[in-house]
Design a protein around this ligand. Structure first.
Ligand SMILES: [Cu+2]
Length: 166
């Protein structure tokens, strides 16, 4: 992860194209969003998860309050955690806080953006246009790249997400 982060900062390029952002690192007000990605989906699983890191360089806390995508019937902000030895996933009704001066990571096994009711499975190599809305910083639309089907841990996560999705 450390290696990937270093590499992406080296390669980070901001390209603004018709207001949509294609980049490994984007800035929205006091926020920086790093390396958003999602994964290819099995054709029988209409759900997917999106990951990224969000840094708040400002002096006020902010909050990711909603997300949407025209590729999904619904997009939610979720948390996954172990409770009584069971991995559970829940929607964060009040959004995800991004405290001033801190970085919040959305990653497998933790916080994530959940794409629900996805009619056409995400395919590796394409990108999924996703709008994130923050309480203070406002909204940004990202083209979230689709990585390959996960092996190992992310795969088992998406299995349990499938089982627990609506
Ligand atoms: Cu989820």
């Amino acid at each position: 992860m450390q290696y990937m982060r270093t590499t992406s900062i080296t390669l980070a390029v901001s390209l603004l194209c018709n207001g949509f952002v294609h980049a490994a690192e984007v800035t929205l007000g006091d926020l920086k969003i790093f390396e958003p990605y999602t994964r290819a989906m099995a054709s029988n699983a209409p759900v997917g998860a999106g990951y990224m890191a969000i840094t708040n360089a400002g002096k006020a806390d902010d909050r990711l309050i909603s997300a949407q995508s025209d590729r999904a019937g619904q997009v939610a902000v979720h948390e996954m955690k172990i409770q009584n030895d069971v991995m559970i996933m829940r929607e964060m009704q009040n959004g995800l806080e991004v405290p001033a001066g801190e970085t919040v990571e959305l990653k497998p096994g933790g916080y994530h953006i959940m794409y629900l009711k996805v009619p056409v499975p995400f395919k590796q190599g394409e990108s999924v246009r996703t709008t994130l809305t923050f309480e203070k910083a406002g909204s940004i639309t990202l083209d979230v790249p689709v990585a390959g089907l996960a092996g190992g841990k992310p795969a088992s996560m998406s299995m349990s997400e499938k089982a627990r999705a609506h």
